[in-house]
Design a protein around this ligand. Structure first.
Ligand code: ADP
Ligand code: MG
Length: 240
């Protein structure tokens, strides 16, 4: 079957810095893949190359078998939540969520219906008229998620979506994301994190990055029980 997402030899340089060594990686439709690694290991760079926020120095990015390397971000049809992707502060929650739909010239009645659906999906229906500053960090994160989901993306990219939240809230959000996954079984999810417990809780497979390189890839259980590298063992293995 054609992978939903494919990196073919994708590398990224910033001047003399190699932020991502040539990456080959396929993600199946409906799969949740965690990109796991310490800070600076190249996770965000890989995600940005996929989203189109930066151009790879070499290699190709494919979605559903289509080469999208030369397409701008808004033509890739992805849902993206990154930490720096803050909500628009001067817009109400509903308008924030509607943003991508309006950009696609969706009819007003359809926008209203879809905004209602995704706010319900993330448990934020009652906050549609609020402004971002009136919400907690966790609530803002849910709204960002709703905004990404509004366009019905086949692929959802989340870059450390919980890192700004405190530990208790992070646990709640992991549970929310698991529920969301169950409700959107065809959506492919790529989840960037430096937190091994989030990766183990959410992912089908984990790709471990270290120093801009993919060092190991496999089902959670396998990486946890039988890590192939010292690094994976020390980073997420059962031996910890
Ligand atoms: P991670 O998301 O895993 O923390 P990044 O992908 O952000 O790591 O960064 C990988 C490497 O690339 C790091 O060494 C980082 O300093 C470097 N890097 C990332 N973005 C830039 C940039 N815009 N300019 C220069 N170097 C960068
Ligand atoms: Mg990052």
């Amino acid at each position: 079957m054609t992978p939903a997402v494919e990196f073919r030899g994708v590398s990224v340089h910033f001047g003399a810095t190699q932020a991502l060594a040539p990456l080959d990686l396929s993600v199946a439709r409906g799969e949740t893949l965690a990109l796991l690694g310490p800070s600076g290991s190249g996770k965000s760079t890989a995600l940005k190359a996929l989203a189109g926020f930066l151009r790879p120095s070499a290699g190709r990015v494919l979605l559903d078998g289509q080469d999208v390397t030369d397409l701008p971000p808004h033509r890739r049809g992805l849902g993206v939540v990154v930490q720096s992707y803050a909500l628009f502060p001067h817009q109400r929650v509903a308008d924030n969520v509607a943003f991508g739909l309006k950009a696609r010239k969706t009819r007003r009645a359809d926008v209203t219906r879809r905004v209602g659906e995704v706010l319900e999906l993330v448990g934020m229906s009652e906050y549609a008229r609020r402004y971002p500053r009136e919400l907690s960090g966790g609530q803002q994160q849910r709204v960002a998620l709703a905004r990404a989901l509004a366009i019905r993306p086949n692929v959802l990219l989340l870059d450390e979506p919980l890192s700004a939240l405190d530990a208790a809230l992070r646990e709640d959000m992991v549970a929310e994301l698991l529920r969301l996954r169950a409700e959107l079984p065809d959506t492919t999810l790529i989840y960037v994190t430096h937190d091994q417990s989030e990766a183990l809780a959410l992912a089908d497979r984990i790709a471990v990055l270290r120093d801009s390189r993919l060092v190991e890839l496999g089902p959670c259980e396998q990486l946890y029980r039988r890590p192939a590298t010292e690094f994976t063992a020390s980073f997420l293995g059962a031996a910890n």
